[in-house]
Every structure is written in C-alpha cells, then in structure tokens.
Write a protein that binds this ligand. Structure first.
Ligand SMILES: [Zn+2]
Length: 379
C-alpha cells in the first residue's frame, strides 16, 4: 500500500465522522419520503462542497434524487465509483421516536448501519482525496434514494455513472464478522392475487369459489421450488385473505420472494413459478401476478481482485478481513453484471439492519475509510 496523505488525513477524523453520522441518521428518510431523502442529499452536499469537489444533483420524480460527487484526479482516465443509498426502511416518524444514540463504540438509530454510516465513509474518503490533491484518476461518489424498494429509479443512474469505471466499491454495511461482501444473491418479488367468488358458508356453500384455498395450494407448490443445493429459495412472506368464518373468501393476496445465485437460474425459475400461478387449483378461481423488483446477483468473479487488494490494505492498517457471500441483494449486482470489478460491504461494520436493534460499530469508521482510500489509490 502506497503511503498517502489521504490515509493520514482520515486518521484523526472519528469525531467528525460521528458528527455527520448523527446528522444523517436524524433526518427521516423512508424510501417513500422524497423530501426526507432529498434532505439527506442536501446535508451530504453541504458537507462535501468545497475546493476540488464538483456536485451534480440528478432529479428523480416521486423518490429521492441522486447526488453525484466527483473529485477530479491528477490525471484523467477511468474513474473509481463509490456507491451509497440515502433511503431507509423506517417509516417517517421513526427518528422522532428513537433518534441517533451513541454509547461507547456503538451507535443506534434508523439506518445507522444500513447505510448512513457507509454514506459517511464515502463523504470522508472523497473529502480526504480532495484535501490532499486527488487520486491519479477521478473518484466519484454516487448517492441514490430508492435502494430499499428495489432501485427502479436508481438503477439507470447507477448504470450510466458506472459505465467505463475501473472499479465499483459499494459501501453497504460490513458483516458482523467484520468481513466485506464478495458475492450476493439476486432475485425478485411478486404480488400475487387470486380472485374467487364470495358465498354464504352455510346457505349457498356450493356457489362459492374459495380464493384462499387456491392460494394455499399454490404456496405449497411454490415453496417446493426451494433448492438449497442450487441456492434458490422461495418464500411467501405475506398473505391477506378472508372476511369471516361464515363467508367463502372471494380474494386472496400474497407477497412472494425468490432468490437466485446466478442470472442463468432466472428464466427457468420464473417459468416454473408462472406454471404454478396459471393453474386453476380451485375451479372458478383466477390468478394474476405482478413482478415487483428485479435484483441481479453479484458474482464472485468480479470481486476477486478487489478483495485481494482490500485484504492487503486492511492487513497494512492492522485488521484482518475476508470476503463473504450473502443472500441479501444490493445495487452492487447491477455493476457486477456489467462486468465491472465490484466489491460490496465496505461500510462500517453493522448488525441487525432493518430492525430496532440496528447497530453500527463506530470503531470501524476510520480503519474502513482508510482501507477504502488505500484500495482506490492503488488501482
Ligand atoms: Zn442497504
């Protein structure tokens, strides 16, 4: 690892990082709260604006905007891209109930790990590079606003920004083990709706078409598609149906989650699912479905070289780290499938994302920012 002023610049910045983390966590930014997500971008822009940094706001209708921050390099050439999302899974009002709280090396609050601490890291690495003359090539930070609901708005912005990049570093939280993420599952989720016909359960039972039964039969078959050996999992996670015990239910709805390990698995599993959904399990019922989001797996091949570089940088900084596979999906799949070297989970170590117990390890802020800067400078 080349010794570089940017790495020294980061060394005494823990208090500053904690301050920015507190500011970002205390802004409500549920994925469906556009003004809130936009305020997170405002705070990042205010922190980052200064000499050597150019900011470009990319407007998004309906969801949070995106913010592209560029630190021009000493030379031109292909840039390195760091990515973070500013939305959280927590409905507006959560911050008012449980704002940012720190205790020793631990911090709590909605999105503290996933992934406002990663956003802080991106901001500080960019600042460190800007304050110390930049990398030999441009370095870009891209903040988006709808990752937690599938990145339908973020994906084209990510793809346009990543095109031609020499590497992508996604700053989702580091694993509880301290590891980074070298591969991720892809997948999708669906809304399923079965229509039947209501009837009085006592008076004219035979006239009813029980949508709940039809859905139940489908769920059993959909779950049988799970195959741990190939890495495919299926999960009906929400079911809504029924009016009362004495009414044949005319409608049954479900939310259905599917994970895959490789893109090659997608078409066959979708075909198998549609076969099951099409079937008229209970005569007189009809099923419709809607594909809600599409997540691409992040392949191990595209992370191997970056992982080796990250491990070497971490070792020089005094911590051990490895790559880890996770079933969770993230934006890193989008750039991995473009063939761009991509590594994920470089953010501060965090646990229990998407729960009230979500926690970020503050003692990993500085070392992981330094390791990220070292990897960038060595590319
Ligand atoms: Zn996240």
């Amino acid at each position: 690892m080349a010794k570089h002023e940017a790495i020294d610049w980061l060394a005494p910045r823990r208090a500053g990082m904690e301050g920015l983390l507190e500011t970002l966590v205390n802004i409500e930014s549920f994925s469906y709260d556009k003004p809130g997500v936009d305020r997170v971008l405002d705070a990042l822009a205010a922190f980052l604006s200064g000499p050597g940094v150019s900011l470009a706001r990319i407007p998004v209708a309906g969801f949070g905007d995106a913010l592209k921050v560029t630190v021009a390099g000493k030379g031109g050439g292909a840039p390195v891209l760091m990515m973070g999302h500013c939305d959280t899974v927590f409905p507006t009002g959560t911050v008012a109930k449980r704002p940012y709280r720190a205790a020793g090396d631990l911090a709590f609050g909605p999105g503290v790990a996933d992934m406002k601490s990663g956003d802080v890291l991106i901001a500080f690495v960019l600042k460190a590079l800007a304050e110390t003359g930049g990398a030999p090539f441009p370095v870009i930070g891209l903040f988006t606003g709808d990752e937690e609901i599938g990145s339908d708005a973020g994906r084209p912005i990510i793809e346009a920004t990543a095109k031609g990049a020499r590497a992508v570093l996604n700053m989702e939280p580091g694993r509880a083990s301290g590891n980074v993420v070298s591969a991720r599952k892809g997948g999708f989720w669906m809304k399923i709706s079965v229509a039947g016909r209501a009837a009085h359960a006592g008076v004219n039972h035979a006239a009813g078409r029980n949508a709940m039964e039809a859905l139940a039969r489908k769920i059993v078959r959909l779950h049988a598609l799970t195959d741990y050996e190939s890495g495919i999992t299926t999960n009906v996670g929400v079911v809504k149906s029924g009016i009362g015990h004495n009414t044949v239910p005319p409608l049954a709805e479900a939310e259905f989650d599917v994970r895959i390990v490789s893109e090659a698995q997608r078409a066959p599993i979708v075909a198998a699912i549609e076969e099951i959904l099409k079937a008229e399990d209970v005569p007189g019922t009809a099923t419709t479905w809607q594909m809600m989001s599409r997540r691409v797996p992040m392949a191990e091949e595209t992370s191997r070289d970056l992982l080796a570089r990250y491990r070497a940088a971490a070792a020089e900084l005094g911590f051990a780290v490895d790559g880890e596979f996770t079933g969770g999906c993230a934006d890193s799949g989008f750039t991995s499938v473009m063939g761009i070297p991509t590594l994920c989970g470089l953010g501060p170590v965090g646990e229990k994302a998407h729960t009230e117990e979500e926690v970020c390890r503050l003692d990993t802020l500085v070392p992981r920012a330094q390791a990220t800067a070292a990897v960038i400078l060595g590319l």
